[in-house]
Design a protein around this ligand. Structure first.
Ligand SMILES: C[S@@+](CC[C@H](N)C(=O)[O-])C[C@H]1O[C@@H](n2cnc3c(N)ncnc32)[C@H](O)[C@@H]1O
Length: 207
């Protein structure tokens, strides 16, 4: 939890309690339904919570914004962002139902009222639009954009235009080339100084 407070300090008492509760909630849920590796659960706040919050370091979503997290797994980046932005609506989807049990359990455990979950493949969602798609470690950029683009309403009311914001790591040159897109790229090690964030990037593609 200290690692979060190192970079973010403007939390309300509720938010501080909610972030603090994540450690125990994820340990409990993960012992029942394994969604996070044992090694990663030890580094939960750095590798999952803080990493998810890199999005909050780049954009402060306005109240009323609607966001879908594609392939949320155990709730990343959706859950930390939902705590960070209590007036923003988050729809967390995954193709594996048991992962969403954990997500719903954690959301209920911290008392989040701005989170909904849906068991579906992203490409099967019809007739719904969001301001942003967020995603971490789910699919190559080309595929993510194919799934995400139809879900995004065009708009330009925030610091960044509506679009896809995804968290990725490693050498992305080939992946970006194959996508045919020109995302804006933010190296996360410019935001957070821990070794873990070396070669990790936030990509933003405008809708
Ligand atoms: C490597 S995990 C990442 C989970 C989470 N985003 C995180 O960073 O911890 C990838 C997740 O994407 C989900 N997924 C893959 N393809 C999907 C699709 N087409 N629609 C919805 N979820 C998908 C998988 O079920 C899995 O939970």
């Amino acid at each position: 939890m200290d690692i979060i407070l190192k970079y973010f300090s403007d939390f309300t008492e509720t938010q501080t309690k909610q972030f603090a509760a994540l450690g125990e909630l994820y340990s409990d849920w993960n012992s029942k339904i394994n969604v996070i590796s044992r090694k990663d659960i030890e580094g939960l706040y750095e590798k999952h919570v803080l990493h998810s919050l890199s999005i909050a370091a780049v954009i402060e979503f306005k109240p009323g914004t609607q966001i879908i997290d594609i392939g949320t797994g155990g709730g990343f980046p959706g859950i930390p962002l939902a705590i960070m932005f209590p007036e923003v609506q988050f729809h967390l989807v995954d193709s594996i139902a048991k992962k969403l049990k954990v997500v719903q359990g954690v959301a209920d455990g911290v008392g989040l009222t701005n989170v909904t979950v849906q068991h579906t493949r992203a490409e099967e969602i019809k007739n719904r639009k969001f301001d942003f798609v967020v995603s971490r470690a789910v699919a190559p950029l080309k595929e993510l954009w194919t799934w995400g683009k139809p879900l995004i309403k065009k708009g330009n009311t925030q610091e960044l235009p509506n679009g896809l914001i995804c968290l990725k790591g490693g050498d992305l040159a080939q992946e970006i080339f194959e996508s045919g897109l020109r995302p804006r790229m933010v190296p996360i090690d410019q935001i957070f100084k821990e070794e873990y964030f070396k070669e990790k990037f936030l990509l933003h593609v405008t809708a």
